[in-house]
Design a protein around this ligand. Structure first.
Ligand SMILES: Cc1ncc(COP(=O)(O)O)c(C=O)c1O
Length: 491
């Protein structure tokens, strides 16, 4: 049975809300016997305990009852189907493929789905979103309309699936100069953001059931893409030195062909992968014959220390470097790139062609002009100084309001950091998020990004979009709520 998890809060509440919606809209009919807790837990990749608690909540709120002899059944009273009974044909089983059946729970159980239902709050420490008000929209518009005015027969037709050569040249030049990437422009494939890059690579490399090493905690979209592709996710330990390939059991080496990492700014912990661990990782990849995806999502922004070399520079034939313009420009642009190892280049271009034939030509032309005429570099420079100021204000406010009760870490790059709350437990964070939102403060739990539950309580705090004037105010409210929760010491 497929049920979309809805709303915010603990998994059992989200499952309860999903079931309740399905009941009240008539998708699950009165009298239906719900699947056993074991069956639903296995279908949705949840724990049995979570399903049991969701069923108990349904019974407590009168949506279902437990019958003698076993089974939980939907009660009639709440079903408000608007479809007249006569026209309501009994739907047969949906003819979905195995791949779709893997994809649906992978998407529904993703923490990003929870964000969709959230109402805006005054002090939102949302992570990974750049400030749209800083983007030079006039300059972008000029280049976009020029690209349309100058559109050639070729650019209005089907073009090279790998992308516009001029743009690939510019991307390669920038990566070689600033990131130490070793590549020729022909190795760049323009894609619809890191999301498509990960999906295409997964289609090319992952056999259903094969192990893929991921960070724990991990970027949820990567986890969802890999799970949808049938990968058996093998979580690797992450600490202050970043991802540790040595924490993974060597028994997977024979069948593992892929690892996914965020070496420059681990998502969400913010750790930078140490040199020692980088070496171990590329040695492992060479030894077992695996590719390593280097997701370089926010390395345009670095505030502390010298620029970091990309992992790709250490092992260009084993590392697939993935970059995006979602942070440096804006996410809805949906443009990113892959630096493909030679072996993977043609398969990747074929996969891109199968997916959508290629990314929109006029947007690639506009972006090439935007980079070539210096606007990209100017914009990154300007936004780096704005985000650096917001980051400093955030760190000051944290120091002032929390003192030694917390550690802020992982904020040397990107647009977020993690606030570890020493005096709370992970189970206190859910209620804290709810009361913070009620007080107009949006903060996000680090726990939802972990495969294995973390031992510490932590919050992800982004500073990309929050106005400067609201940073100190928001942290003061949060600190007050944390202190109240420490006093109460109850969820
Ligand atoms: C780790 C990571 N990778 C990639 C992305 C961006 O992906 P896209 O280029 O699909 O917007 C994000 C966005 O938040 C991210 O956090």
């Amino acid at each position: 049975m497929f049920v979309a998890l809805r709303g915010a809060g603990p998994a059992y509440m989200r499952l309860f809300c999903g079931l309740r919606d399905a009941i009240t809209t008539g998708r699950i009919e009165a009298g239906t016997r719900l699947p056993s807790t074991r069956e639903l837990a296995s279908d949705l990749k949840l724990s049995r305990n979570t399903v049991m608690r969701a069923y108990e909540q349904l019974i407590a709120e009168g949506f279902a009852s437990a019958r003698q002899g076993g089974g939980t059944f939907i009660d009639a009273v709440h079903v408000q189907s608007t479809t007249p009974a006569v026209t309501k044909a009994k739907p047969g089983p949906l003819p979905l493929s195995q791949s779709a059946l893997r994809m649906l729970p992978a998407v529904a159980n993703n923490p990003f789905m929870e964000l969709r239902g959230l109402t805006p709050v005054r002090h939102d420490f949302m992570y990974c979103i750049p400030d749209p008000s800083l983007f030079p929209i006039q300059e972008w518009r000029r280049r976009l309309s020029r690209a349309i005015d100058r559109a050639s027969r070729r650019s209005l037709s089907y073009d090279d699936p790998a992308g516009l050569l001029q743009l690939r040249d510019l991307i390669a030049a920038r990566l070689i100069k600033y990131r130490g990437v070793r590549c020729a422009p022909e190795q760049i494939v323009v894609v619809s953001g890191a999301q498509q890059a990960l999906d295409l690579i997964c289609r090319l490399v992952v056999e259903p059931g094969a192990p893929v090493v991921v960070e724990d905690p991990c970027y949820p979209a990567a986890r969802a893409i890999l799970a949808a592709g049938g990968a058996q996710l093998v979580p690797a330990h992450v600490d202050g030195e970043g991802f540790d390939i040595a924490s993974v059991d060597a028994s997977i080496d024979a069948t593992c062909r892929l690892a996914y990492v965020t070496p420059s700014h681990q998502f969400p912990s913010g750790a930078v992968l140490s040199n020692r661990r980088r070496k171990l990782l590329v040695e492992w990849a060479a030894r077992v014959g695996a590719f390593v995806i280097e997701d370089d999502y926010d390395s345009d922004y670095r505030y502390v220390g010298p620029p970091l070399q990309a992992l790709q520079g250490m092992s260009p034939e084993h590392v697939i470097h993935v970059g995006t313009f979602s942070k440096s420009l804006f996410p809805s642009l949906r443009l990113g790139y892959v630096v493909a190892p030679h072996q993977l280049l043609e398969p990747l271009i074929s996969a891109k062609w199968i997916a959508d034939w290629g990314s929109p030509a006029h947007i690639q032309h506009a972006l090439a002009a935007f980079i070539d005429e210096g606007w990209f570099a100017r914009h990154v420079k300007r936004t780096t100084s704005v985000y650096a100021r917001r980051r400093a204000m955030l760190l000051e406010a944290i120091e002032r309001e929390f003192g030694r009760d917390v550690t802020a870490s992982g904020g040397d790059a990107g647009m977020h950091l993690v606030l570890w709350l020493h005096r709370l437990k992970p189970e206190h964070v859910g209620p804290l998020l709810v009361s913070a939102r009620e007080h107009g403060v949006g903060v996000y739990s680090v726990s939802s990004f972990y495969e294995r539950p973390p031992e510490r309580a932590g919050l992800v705090l982004g500073y990309g979009t929050i106005p400067e004037a609201r940073i100190a105010e928001g942290i003061a409210i949060l600190a007050r709520l944390v202190r109240a929760r420490i006093k109460a010491k109850a969820p």
